[in-house]
Design a protein around this ligand. Sequence first.
Ligand code: GCW
Length: 717
Amino acid sequence: MLSSLVKVLKIMRIYLLLPALLLSFLLYGSDGYELWLNYQLIENQEIRDEYASAFSFIVADTDEAVVGTAVAELQKGFSGLLGATVDVGPTRGKKNGIYLGLRGQSARIDEYLKLNEVPEVGPEGYHLAFHNGDVLVLAEAAKGLLYGTFDLLRTLQQQVPLAALKRTERPAYTHRILNHWDNLDGTVERGYAGFSIWNWHQLPGFIDQRYIDYARANASIGINGTVVTNVNANALVFRDDYLDKAAALADVFRPYGIKLYLTARFSSPMELGGLATADPLDPEVIAWWKAKVAEIYRRIPDFGGFLVKANSEGQPGPREYGRSHAEGANLLADALAPHGGLVMWRAFVYTDKEGGDRFKEAYDEFTPLDGTFRDNVLVQIKNGPIDFQPREPVSPLFAAMPQTPLLLELQITKEYLGQGTHLVGLANMYEEILETDLHPQEDGGKVRQLVAGIAGVSNIGTARNWTGNLFGQADWYAVGRLSWSPELNAKQIFKEWAGLTFGRQETVVNTVNQMLTLSYPACVNYMTPLGLHHIMATGHHYGPGPWVNDLGRADWNPYYYHGATADSIGFDRTQSGNDALGQYPPAYARQFRDPTTCPPEFLLWFHRLPWDYPLASGNTLWRELALRYQQGVEQVAEIQTLWASLEPYIDAGRFHHVRQHLNIQYQEAQWWRDACLAYFSHASGRQLPPGVPAPAETLERYRAISHPYAPGIRPQW
Ligand code: GCW
């Protein structure tokens, strides 16, 4: 009697709660802070009942901190999704619950394992199952329970029936890392979402709730490491007080299974230690790093290690002492090895002397070093050979260092990609990169099979919604999901993100997916069609600047990369040019050698061609270029229309936010088209084809546009 009264009251409570919650959501909407973790009450009563009956209590058979995090997350999830509180520990009278347990340590889990074969899941994997009315999260180590929990909650958010729950998940990579280009002064290099979320000045005393929410968001998508400082590094971070600050961050991240890494400025022994040299073979330098690393581990026992940018864009490095990148990396690796730390040594190098084509430099510098790095060194390679361009062929280095573990560096922030305002679903680009098969005639040659992990350059800042542009969240989400499951395709990720972020109505999910799918080709079209690259304005790289040709060094100039004359355009990287193509495995390079087989999107990366060169589309090169610029603008208009159709489904706050950014994107797409076509039409002496409107302004006006305060620029540049 009493128990049925309680039941009725409980049901009533949910009913009373439902309209109130929905109403407040519609009125105030969401500001995006909760990311993809907005545990909205499930409206479907049947599903809610099904879930509620299986989740009466939570039993966790281990007391490690990450499991505490998992339990708290489940409680939060259930209270949002089901409007119910769930007890921790078996509750008398309640039949079914959720069990988080380790193989061999939990009776309930072992009982299941007697009946079901579950493969080894490794240190971070897990198995999810629905068994006799209970939900089981099974792992070999505590971290697996955390990831299993987030997966379970994602499943519930998507309202999947519990009966379907039976799967094993293991991350493809051990290294799933974010790189922050955040400076100690609070600015973010190439950051378009406000300032750094790390308040170094107030650390370690003040722990911002954001640090915790940041760790939680990352854990939910499988990220297990973060480099909190800029690769253009500051030795100050190794000073005692800053190490205390870093340790405070590491303490926040630990219960979320995230390791803290720092960037190491190669000249730190001089700047901080007062030594006369930073030569990696100098005994005093070796001793300095050993002592410094030991000091770090005293504060941060699970410290991840160092990320290093050396001898690149003015950063100090071993080359100054006639030493190789391997000698530099090994110096740090030897200091870190006794503590289990790693060195991530970047291959984004180009010398400060004017040399040849930057395309070739990393390969030339690093391939001779293959096999000479210590075991705890990973070489971190940007996806493309130049620099995060809207569309690049993949770096040839991925296929050229078989004896060295490699990390793929992807951009999440959007330097060269519309910065803070453009909606560009980068999962499209990530998929293209990961699926590129550099050894098409053998197995195992896809980029995703050649690397040991992913490092994503963060787009996070103090913006209330973390990424400034709301859709930037999808790129952060994608990097996490791909670093766990690199074989996921963009469409799966877009749909998953859309459902978690905006709700799972089919119209919303499909439309958001369409927008994101269209957005990457749109951006490439209105910025750099047919393989144009590096034609952005100087310094901040905001907006077009294909005409720029007066910078100190030839290869800093956009003009260097397209060399447009009255006759032709493009960079000859075939054998008749500088043969950069020779750096790729021949079976892969073959398609690019001949302009008739080269995929049009990479054409001007590898070929210098006359403007009237006939393309397979039936258009001349000039006509195709102009039409693609126009198509890019039209695709943005299409994205605007798609978003407008979602007005009835999206809360006013987020709807308006995205609409305003799309309006800016549309104007800027026109700016890109008009400015570039004004310039190329002038250079080629050709008229625009029908269907492409005349530029709104003169070329002189476009050239005169300046944005001295565009965000994200490196202060000293
Ligand atoms: O793309 C360039 C950026 C620099 C950046 C550099 C790098 C952190 O313009 O701002 O520096 O790449 O990746 O090191």
